[in-house]
Design a protein around this ligand. Structure first.
Ligand code: SF4
Length: 359
């Protein structure tokens, strides 16, 4: 099976920029970006990232805002924050060099067993396994493994099988061959078994219906939420932004003050609660003119949020009561790390939003 996988990989692997680099840092960045994100999306972000942060010390010394700005749109922002934090640890503790074993790599923030296995095997040639969704699917089909692929016994089994498969020679290529096979041949819905280099070993194919492995697990229900967004502008022009807490959804990114239905107590409506909350950020807002701007619906993996936005015109930049808030220029808004949802909300703003009203 190893020989078949390696020879197939040699002939058919896609030419991806991080594969040819051999640079542990580049492989690390690509592996973090590829978590829950498609290769085509990652390619563009990866190129820009490597130009801006070509090595681990460039990343470690960059302000977090710059890092989040470059990551904006890629989603799961916790990945970027942890990558940045881990770069600091690599520089301070390991003299700028990544640990060379999977076990050593696991000590870094944001590096779990999969990423540690990928970096150690691909960049340092350690014969260590990795298991991601692609590898789970291939192994479940090859050995007709029933049940929830995420269950603890099945996870242990996948790691054992992957460890038995990984070779002393070319472990990184073997791991990449498995991932590549899962991405382009042994795909979730309709595997191309006729093109598969390991079909003669596949129990699922032999038994007639490989696609029934791994078992489908019920997806968590999508939670629908409403939110009120208050885009406050002044004639200077300034716009009021708030930095989200580091943990949780869109952690560390900037946004227009946004009040989620989740945060409303039973005694008030969402709008009343949002208005009261805005006053805790920026004081008395009763003289501010208010206009409805429109609605944006944004889908996340487990949530769908309907944002209703209003434009509030404040006569001047009021003193702020909350240190997570700041008045920013429209240019700063364009360069800060914000989520895709915030960019969609920004697009609702009329061209004249930042111009002072005629006397
Ligand atoms: Fe997947 Fe088909 Fe290959 Fe089995 S034969 S590993 S199901 S592509």
């Amino acid at each position: 099976m190893r020989a078949a996988l390696l020879s197939w990989f040699d002939q058919g692997a896609r030419d991806l920029p991080w594969r040819s680099s051999g640079d542990p840092y580049a492989i690390w960045v690509s592996e973090i970006m590829l978590q829950q994100t498609r290769v085509v999306t990652v390619l563009e972000y990866y190129e820009r990232w490597m130009q801006r942060f070509p090595n681990v010390s460039a990343l470690a010394t960059a302000p977090l805002d710059d890092v989040l700005e470059l990551w904006a749109g890629l989603g799961y922002y916790r990945r970027a924050r942890l990558l940045h934090r881990a770069a600091g640890v690599v520089v301070e503790t390991f003299g700028g060099r990544l640990p060379e074993t999977a076990q050593g790599l696991r000590a870094l923030p944001g590096i779990g067993p999969y990423t540690a296995g990928a970096i150690a095997s691909i960049a340092f040639g350690e014969p260590t396994p990795l298991v991601d969704g692609n590898v789970e699917r291939i192994l479940a089909r090859l050995r007709s493994i029933p049940g929830d692929p995420k269950s603890t016994p099945n996870q242990k089994l996948f790691w054992r099988l992957a460890a038995a498969l990984v070779s002393q020679a070319r472990p990184g290529d073997l791991n990449q061959a498995l991932m590549e096979l899962g991405a382009i041949v042994c795909t979730p819905k309709s595997p191309s078994c006729l093109l598969c280099p390991v079909r003669s070993h596949c129990h699922g194919l032999r038994d007639g219906d490989p696609a029934r492995f791994p078992a489908k697990v019920k997806k968590a229900k999508v939670k629908r939420l409403a939110a009120r967004v208050m885009i406050v502008v002044t004639p200077e022009p300034w716009v009021l932004l708030r930095r989200r807490p580091d943990d949780g959804l869109w952690g560390g990114l900037w946004e227009f003050p946004t009040h989620l239905e989740d945060e409303v107590d039973a005694s008030s409506t969402l709008q009343e609660s949002a208005d009261a909350w805005l006053e805790t950020l920026a004081g008395d807002t009763s003289s501010w003119e208010r206009h409805p701007l429109g609605t944006v619906v944004h889908k996340l993996t487990h949530r769908e949020i309907t944002f209703e936005a209003s434009l509030l015109s404040a006569p001047e930049a009021a003193e702020l009561l909350d240190e997570t808030c700041a008045w920013c220029t429209p240019e700063e808004l364009g360069s800060l790390g914000v989520s895709t949802a915030t960019r969609k909300l920004e697009a609702l703003l009329p061209d004249a939003a930042f111009t002072a009203p005629e006397e």
